[in-house]
Design a protein around this ligand. Sequence first.
Ligand code: HEC
Ligand SMILES: [Cu+2]
Length: 358
Amino acid sequence: MTPKHNNNRTMIGVLAAGILAIIYMIYVMVAPQGGHIQGWTPRASSTLAEGTDWVFNFINYWNYLFFIGVVAAMGYFIYKYQRKSDSDRTEKVKDSIAFEMFWVIFPTLLVMVVFVLGARDYMGQRVTPKNVYEIQATAFQWGWTFTYPNGGTSDSLVVPANQPVRMVMTSNDVLHSFYIPDFRVKQDVIPNRFTYVWFNAPKPTLKYNRPNDSTLTVSSLDRKHILHCTEYCGTSHSGMDRNVQVMAYNDFETWLEELTKVDESAEGGKKVFESKCQSCHSADGTPGIGPTWKGLWGSNRSVSPGGAVPADENYIRESILNPGAKVANGFPNAMTNFTGLIKDGEIKAIIEYMKTLK
Ligand code: HEC
Ligand SMILES: [Cu+2]
């Protein structure tokens, strides 16, 4: 004797799963995230977002429709065609040409609509508009360097608002990927070649240093955006997240100027010393590969060729930009030529710093 099938329990299980799935979908769509209702996609913060989200939602809502249709039909059939007795047999299946044509033609049309919508949007994302602002991005294990047209560099991304920005990207080592979900841009970053994305973020972001400024209204500003590396690139892959700040054009210009401004004070000179010179020179008299800077300023140097020269601005400057011209006696001609590696302001700063090393 065959065991009795518990068809009702199966049916209830399937229906319950379907209903739970639907409740979950609705929950995800309307659940407030960070104080506002967000839907499936992250905040829309670039001009590309609308199109991308439209295609995404179009496909997604059709999915709901099909999902509900399929699950409902399944539930109904489970109920209607459940085996009534052990001698129940399946009826012979009859074809319906009209019905079969419908389910071939209708989904085909639907998929073609999705293709056209997607292709149209994709073209808009690939073709960069003319008046772009270009920023170079270099990815490395594990971080980013962004280089702006004036030569300034930063390790988190700052872009002008309401302006098409084109990222020209490459990698120093392995594959990385540039991804800003709020902007709907994602592009692999590859060693030995350049890849590009462009975007236009209309709204400036809240400045990090004054998040509670009451003069700023939430509607005039956007919360901060995050850049992710989205190609697994080793141990600190997740450490490649960076802030993306969008600045109103004037703020951006000021920020850019600051970025390349050199601190010409002795303080600034100390920083240059620490980053570029300390490996060979000391500031406290300790011997090194090169002469110590303690007591250097204003003293008389014994050099070859030339004999004795005063350590003044011109001598220091020449020693940095053309170290072989006058080699300090007792030392090898081993100093790096800093032409192109150091800015004029940094040389001034170093001189100010040397003056403090009596
Ligand atoms: C790779 C090692 C090395 C580095 C890095 C280096 N120097 Fe030198 N430097 C030397 C050596 C060796 C000498 C002595 C030979 C000579 O005069 O060229 C020297 C000499 C000098 C002199 C002349 C000193 C004297 O006693 O007459 C100055 C000034 C100087 N360096 C400045 C700098 C500054 C500024 C930096 C950083 C921006 C720097 N050096 C980085 C190796 C280095
Ligand atoms: Cu990476």
